[in-house]
Design a protein around this ligand. Structure first.
Ligand code: HEC
Ligand code: HEC
Ligand code: HEC
Ligand code: HEC
Ligand code: HEC
Ligand code: HEC
Ligand code: HEC
Ligand code: HEC
Ligand code: HEC
Length: 391
């Protein structure tokens, strides 16, 4: 262990010394205490060249432990981060030092300002223990500098079908699913809106664009309001039912039932350069866009789209939220309107198919941000055949 204090006032140097000693004494006793339990997997991590130790990632093999080794439910500050009326036992604070010291002693004592501290601390020093907001509650975190850049290591396991079952069993006044029947039809889909709302709708406003487009946009593409639907953020919706009080499984401390590590990301119809040019910085919007693996341009809030039942395009009952393939929206959901018997009948797909045939370099831009530069998939050809066209 080598401490290399940067040139600075003696007083501060002493304070650092004391903190480091305290941390190491603490760590020492905890090491003894946690003893055999941790030592099995915990081997001290040597400082690796090139590693910055600023970015904590759950998929590092050594980090794939029981969630509760680091996250203790509930956090001590759960009743302070939300207003009294809205507070519920929750995980709202970073893991403590001892969750890391078993392996990262060398990183905790590297240099005067060890980089690893900044995973949790804003300006780590012996006198400044302020921390970034913890990623939960997201309403607070998303507003912070760290929150604007962050991307979750996880995706959510949410069995729609199981919850649809509950709907048929519970229809009491306290159920958030009241009056929901999940059968096709607009009224029945009010329940979807409990968890999925149109993000940044245009509503009755006259400005359809999400950010200000350039004056010479013409027919060019610029992101419109009301394109995306939201997904539940944070625990408020889930812990209403899945609370320690209700005893309903999964209980709030069984993190890994609802959170699963993200697989390697699938190709999305998204272009980070373009969204940068558009000045789109909203994290929730960007997260949704990055997951668009069918069409990056489909807009939910659009006169002929929002009149349709969700089930026209989404089969919530059979969907597995952990499987990209099962969430994908197929061309058959679009071709009923956008593929026609002849191009003169106005089908956008027919038009683009013809244009691609005439010019192999033609880019299909009606529904796509980047996919339209690639070869036409078979699903598109068969949709045209089904519409009575002769591609
Ligand atoms: C080795 C310690 C450790 C373990 C084990 C661990 N976490 Fe974490 N977790 C952290 C730290 C540290 C942070 C804060 C990281 C940050 O904000 O950059 C965090 C943040 C999170 C976040 C918010 C950031 C994100 O990527 O979405 C979630 C969600 C989370 N943990 C869930 C879990 C679940 C679920 C498990 C078990 C499968 C788990 N954690 C196991 C240390 C751990
Ligand atoms: C069981 C041992 C173990 C525990 C506990 C542990 N880590 Fe790690 N951590 C590792 C190993 C092993 C690596 C990979 C080392 C490498 O790449 O050099 C790593 C990598 C990291 C990295 C990334 C290094 C880089 O830049 O590539 C960070 C940051 C980190 N850990 C932070 C933490 C924090 C914060 C905690 C406590 C919440 C923690 N770790 C708990 C073993 C552990
Ligand atoms: C995994 C997140 C995490 C990392 C990494 C981390 N801290 Fe902390 N730190 C905390 C939390 C949480 C507390 C609050 C503990 C409490 O109040 O019980 C804390 C408290 C502190 C305090 C207040 C005194 C105390 O011990 O309670 C100081 C000072 C501090 N940290 C400095 C550091 C320094 C220096 C580093 C790097 C060498 C560091 N921390 C790394 C999460 C972290
Ligand atoms: C109690 C809350 C809840 C209700 C009610 C609900 N969902 Fe979901 N839905 C979720 C969660 C949680 C996810 C996973 C989100 C994530 O991946 O972060 C999800 C995911 C989805 C997705 C996939 C999103 C993607 O990333 O591709 C679709 C589509 C969807 N739901 C449609 C519906 C429809 C249609 C209904 C009504 C029949 C419905 N949901 C009702 C919570 C809900
Ligand atoms: C005409 C077809 C269509 C209808 C109707 C429709 N959606 Fe979608 N939805 C899509 C497409 C296309 C995507 C993007 C899929 C992709 O590229 O990953 C999508 C994505 C989503 C997502 C993920 C977030 C996003 O916007 O990318 C959710 C959640 C969702 N839809 C919920 C709903 C709900 C709830 C309804 C009913 C109120 C509904 N959708 C109606 C076609 C539709
Ligand atoms: C009943 C299901 C459920 C359980 C149990 C659960 N979570 Fe979550 N958690 C969610 C959902 C849903 C979200 C919202 C995800 C999103 O915004 O994409 C979420 C969000 C979070 C976030 C905010 C950051 C993010 O990923 O957006 C953190 C941090 C978090 N959970 C940590 C935990 C930890 C730690 C535990 C265990 C102590 C836990 N959760 C238990 C369902 C659950
Ligand atoms: C209206 C109450 C209610 C809400 C809100 C709710 N759940 Fe559930 N959930 C249930 C019930 C009841 C069950 C148990 C169903 C059973 O065992 O038949 C359940 C079961 C589950 C299961 C386990 C399914 C299985 O196969 O064992 C998961 C995972 C889950 N819920 C996640 C979530 C997430 C994530 C959210 C928030 C987006 C959420 N739930 C919101 C009532 C609810
Ligand atoms: C009316 C909207 C629409 C039009 C027009 C359209 N597509 Fe698609 N495209 C989709 C949908 C929906 C998917 C998702 C899955 C599928 O293939 O059914 C998709 C998927 C794709 C994929 C991904 C294939 C894969 O399996 O990963 C490519 C590449 C693609 N389209 C290229 C094109 C080209 C080239 C054109 C022009 C000839 C075009 N698309 C016109 C809606 C459209
Ligand atoms: C019920 C008929 C219907 C269905 C189904 C449908 N659309 Fe549309 N869509 C329309 C009409 C009508 C317009 C307006 C005329 C036009 O732009 O072609 C439109 C417009 C669009 C636009 C341009 C919107 C804008 O803001 O300029 C896109 C992109 C689009 N649709 C994509 C899709 C995709 C992708 C699907 C399948 C997931 C789909 N549509 C399903 C009827 C439909």
């Amino acid at each position: 262990m080598r401490v290399r204090p940067a040139p600075r006032k003696n007083q501060e140097r002493i304070a650092w010394g004391i903190t480091l000693v305290l941390i190491s004494v603490c760590g020492f006793f905890l090491c003894l205490e946690e003893g055999r339990r941790v030592s099995a997997q915990a081997r001290q991590v040597p400082n690796r060249r090139g590693a910055t130790y600023r970015d904590f990632q759950h998929d590092v093999q050594a980090h794939r432990q029981e969630c509760s080794t680091c996250h203790k439910f509930p956090s001590p500050n759960w009743n302070k981060v939300r207003s009294e009326a809205e507070a519920f036992p929750d995980i709202t604070e970073y893991p403590q030092h001892q969750s890391c010291l078993g392996c990262h002693r060398q990183q905790f004592f590297r240099g005067a300002r060890p980089a690893i501290c900044s995973v949790c601390h804003v300006n780590p020093s012996p006198r400044d223990s302020r921390r970034h907001p913890f990623p939960n509650p997201p309403e607070i975190f998303d507003q912070s500098a760290k929150g604007k850049e962050a991307e979750s290591d996880f995706q959510i396991a949410f069995p729609h079908a199981v919850h649809i079952e509950i709907v048929s069993r519970t229809s009491g006044p306290r159920s958030i699913f009241r009056n929901a029947s999940f059968t096709p039809g607009r009224a029945s889909e009010e329940s979807c809106a409990v968890c999925h709302k149109t993000l940044h709708p245009q509503g009755d406003g006259s400005d359809e664009f999400f950010t200000k487009p350039p004056a010479d946009l013409g027919d060019g593409f610029w992101l419109k309001k009301g394109t995306f639907k939201s997904v539940p953020r944070g625990h408020t919706a889930c812990f209403t039912c899945h609370s320690a009080d209700s005893g309903l499984k999964p209980s709030p401390d069984s993190c890994s039932t609802c959170h699963a590590l993200k697989p390697a990301s699938v190709a999305a119809d998204f272009d980070p350069k373009l969204s940068g040019t558009m000045g789109v910085t909203d994290r929730v919007v960007l997260n949704a866009w990055k997951l668009r693996d069918s069409t990056g341009k489909f807009r939910h809030e659009w006169f002929s789209h929002n009149e349709l039942s969700c089930s026209t395009c989404h089969n919530a009952e059979s969907m597995n939220t952990l499987s990209a393939a099962s969430k994908r929206v197929g061309m058959s959901s679009c071709s009923t309107c956008h593929a026609t018997a002849t191009t003169d009948d106005g089908g956008a797909l027919n038009f683009e198919w013809d244009a691609r045939k005439a010019d192999p370099k033609f880019e299909c831009t009606k529904c796509h941000v980047v996919f339209g530069r690639q070869p036409v998939p078979e699903s598109h050809r068969s949709a045209l055949v089904e519409a009575g066209a002769k591609p």
